[in-house]
Design a protein around this ligand. Structure first.
Ligand code: ATP
Ligand code: MG
Length: 289
């Protein structure tokens, strides 16, 4: 079934209302087998194009995953990137910042992890936490040693969005394509998944009391996400709001978006010039002896 990824893309300047966007859509697969075949097809396309990305060595791809707990970030990353050559792919998970990280500006820790040319970088959480969890819990800002005049600036958050947009535009100009995924989960589906994590011993480790505490701030998070998505979805670095109540469907949508982005890049395998061709021919002759 054809996936029109534009249906999930946040247009630049659009005001996002998450309640109006679905957490579940009609599945793009008709059975488990059909899902596996469709995902395998996407993965095949991804691996072929990843080799080209690597050889061409001009562009890189940065995939950012943000979501409420239990929305399926880890599973999406694992399944979508499963066929990709590990040498061409780097995954970073960003948790609570360390003391060293807090001693720098808020873009420092992630900037160090940006993908090299020819690579795919994946951020499991990212600098977007700085306008999400930090906005929901502004007391975190106290630990960031920010100068008083910046902290009291009425446009503090607006300026954080601007810093992010500026960074992503800079990356675009320099060959990094940024794609951002918000896994849109319903509160009810999160409740079910949390319960599963408590009931299933194999999943117990995935659940902490902090997850439950953050669920108490659901409304605040949805508000922070709405503003963030509205302010930072741009032509160069779009957000996709991916319905996440059905994990399989979410994986198909995400892999399709990534595949399309790779297809849009004009790339080719480096062709040898005349001198190089001569050299190759000479080496062939020597080997043939
Ligand atoms: P999982 O639960 O699937 O293992 P996770 O991404 O939720 O993955 P956790 O260790 O549970 O990982 O949580 C990481 C926590 O770190 C989140 O609550 C997140 O909001 C927080 N965090 C990430 N970046 C920042 C930041 N810059 N400032 C403050 N908190 C942050
Ligand atoms: Mg967690």
């Amino acid at each position: 079934m054809k996936i029109n990824t534009q249906d999930f893309r946040v247009r630049e300047g659009a005001r996002v209302r998450l309640k109006r966007l679905p957490t579940r859509v009609k599945p793009f697969y008709s059975s488990d087998e059909d899902y596996k075949a469709a995902l395998a097809d996407h993965i095949h396309g991804l691996t072929t194009r990843q080799s080209l990305l690597y050889a061409h060595n001009r562009y890189s791809l940065l995939l950012i995953f943000q979501a409420m707990d239990a929305a399926g970030k880890d599973g999406a990353i694992k399944h979508v990137m499963s066929g990709v050559n590990p040498q061409g792919c780097q995954v970073y998970s960003f948790k609570h910042p360390s003391a060293e990280e807090l001693a720098h500006d808020f873009l420092w820790r992630t900037t160090r992890c940006l993908p090299e040319r020819g690579r795919i970088g994946i951020f499991n959480r990212s600098y977007y936490e700085e306008v999400l969890v930090v906005k929901v819990h502004p007391e975190i800002l106290a630990g960031q040693s920010i100068p008083a005049e910046s902290l009291s600036d009425k446009k503090f958050w607006e300026k954080r969005y601007r810093s992010i947009n500026d960074l992503e535009k800079h990356l675009y100009r320099n060959g990094t394509r940024v794609l951002k995924f918000f896994l849109h989960l319903s509160k009810e589906e999160q409740r079910k998944r949390f319960l599963k994590r408590i009931e299933d011993p194999v999943r117990n480790w995935k659940f902490s009391r902090f997850d439950l505490a953050e669920r108490g701030f659901w409304k605040e998070y949805q508000g922070a996400y709405e503003e963030c998505l509205s302010e930072t979805s741009t032509e160069q670095a779009p957000w996709f709001v991916v319905p996440a109540d059905d994990k399989l469907n979410a994986r198909l949508i995400i892999s399709q978006v990534v595949l399309n982005a790779l297809k849009d890049l004009k790339m080719s395998y480096p062709a040898p010039d005349k001198t190089r061709l001569k050299e190759l021919l000479a080496m062939k002759k020597r080997l043939a002896k």
